[in-house]
Design a binder for this molecule. Structure first.
Ligand SMILES: Nc1ncnc2c1ncn2[C@@H]1O[C@H](COP(=O)(O)OP(=O)(O)O)[C@@H](O)[C@H]1O
Ligand SMILES: [Mg+2]
Length: 428
């Protein structure tokens, strides 16, 4: 009996041992591992199971949050890469394109089709590009270069850089510098023009002064005339320097506008008053046909400068007995200011270029009349910085008409439209 009891106890002990072993393996050991993991991750030791589970849950939540943020940042980065204006290509050591953003596809793809997966040689025939990738992939050295490509919109220039990435990959970044190069060319041309324009009157002044000093000063017949020539060239230098510095200040954005409400008819009247002696000298009549109620927002001095330039042209490129007329009307949310003359007109082939700096249909005549060839370039920029536009129409032998479209005053929106005024009313 006692031996049976001993056997039962023995069996129970074995079962209990097995149970403890299983509990230990199924529960305590993983828990201890979890605790260890958590302690490694920074959870305080000695916590209860529930607290440990809680800590684990919040840890997981934090990881999920971080993963989510990282994913968002990656997506942001990918969209920046995709949308950036620079073309980006990633190529593997088989010269196959692993990645190409939209700009790269636009530069190298046919009609902008994606070039991902294609071979580099198929899309970029320029030796330089191929060599650049070869060097970046083989020698792991960066490469810089410049290429020109003929595109449907014209010739384009790209500056590029190829850089090695992780083993077996290299990235090329292509920057479109066509516009920059164009601006640089324009700037250099302008500088060359400026020095040429300044040199001519300066050379005359030096020559005449030298002649005077050489004895002509005592020549009662010529000395005054020589001095007058010197004066004329000095005046020309003065106008040139004024116009050049004005133009470059306006172009570089250094002109601060102080817009006020301008009563256009009054402003035109003031300018005409100033120019009346010049108009009389050319026997040209000035007509102010601007209706009473037209107002615009503009910097007063700059608006007058625009009018002076246009009226001065209208006067001096006119015929004896001719007219220059200024008119204004409201057109679809804009105020149109029209300066029309009955002068010599501009040939159609010159018309598109007259707003360029120093462009003149007849240079000798322009200089003779005291012009610098910068007036219309200044006008164009002044109109533009006010948010307006200027256009020109001309008929050689008949006359020229400049139309400025000025943005409507803020309080002249659709809710507060003035009634259109008859504009071919008065005079003329
Ligand atoms: N109203 C006009 N009638 C005829 N030609 C004009 C007129 N306005 C401008 N032009 C032409 O455009 C050129 C450029 O004008 P602008 O820049 O004002 O230079 P300028 O110093 O000669 O007045 C003039 O030289 C002239 O050839
Ligand atoms: Mg002019």
């Amino acid at each position: 009996m006692s031996s049976l009891f001993a056997v039962i106890i023995f069996i129970l002990l074995i079962l209990l041992g097995g149970l403890i072993w299983r509990v230990r393996h199924r529960f305590f050991i993983p828990l201890a591992r979890l605790r260890h993991t958590l302690s490694v991750l920074g959870a305080p030791p000695g916590h209860s199971v529930a607290a440990t589970m809680q800590a684990a849950r919040s840890q997981l939540r934090a990881w999920a949050g971080r993963a989510h943020r990282a994913e968002r940042e990656l997506a942001l980065l990918a969209s920046v890469l995709e949308k950036t204006h620079d073309g980006i290509l990633v190529v593997d050591d088989d010269f196959r394109i692993l990645f190409a953003n939209a700009s790269a596809s636009r530069i190298f793809g046919h009609l902008g089709a994606s070039i991902k997966g294609r071979r580099l040689a198929e899309v970029a025939r320029e030796r330089q590009i191929y060599e650049g990738f070869q060097r970046a992939l083989g020698e792991r050295r960066a490469f810089e270069g410049r290429i020109e490509r003929l595109e449907s919109t014209g010739r384009k220039t790209f500056q590029f850089q190829i850089i090695p990435l992780e083993a077996g990959k290299a990235a090329g970044v292509f920057l479109d510098i066509t516009r920059l190069e164009h601006l640089e060319r324009v700037r250099q041309e302008f500088l060359a023009n400026v020095s040429h324009e300044l040199r001519t009157p300066l050379a005359s002044i030096l020559a005449y002064v030298e002649t005077l000093l050489d004895g002509a000063i005592h020549d009662a017949e010529h000395n005054v005339r020589f001095l007058e020539v010197v004066q004329k060239h000095a005046q020309r230098l003065n106008s040139l320097v004024n116009d050049i510095s004005d133009l470059s200040a306006i172009e570089s954005g250094h002109v601060q506008l102080e817009p006020t409400v301008i009563h256009v008819r009054h402003a035109v009247e003031d300018v005409m008053e100033t120019l009346r002696p010049r108009a009389d000298q050319f026997d040209v009549r000035l007509i102010n046909a601007v209706p009473e109620n037209v107002e615009i927002m503009a910097d007063r001095r700059r608006f007058e400068q625009i009018l002076i330039n246009l009226l001065d042209n209208g006067i001096k490129f006119n015929r004896r007995g001719g007219r220059v007329r200024v008119d204004a009307e409201e057109r679809a949310g804009e105020t149109a200011i029209i300066v029309a003359d009955t002068g010599i007109g501009i040939p159609p082939s010159d018309l598109p270029r007259i707003f360029e700096r120093f462009y003149r249909v007849d240079k000798a005549r322009s200089i003779e009349l005291g012009g610098t060839g910068l007036g219309l370039a200044i006008v164009k920029h002044l109109v533009r910085i006010h948010g307006g536009k200027i256009a020109v129409q001309s008929q050689p032998g008949k006359g020229t008409q400049f139309t400025i479209l000025w943005p409507m005053k803020p309080d002249q929106g659709d809710g507060d439209r003035r009634s259109p005024h008859p504009h071919h009313s008065s005079v003329d």
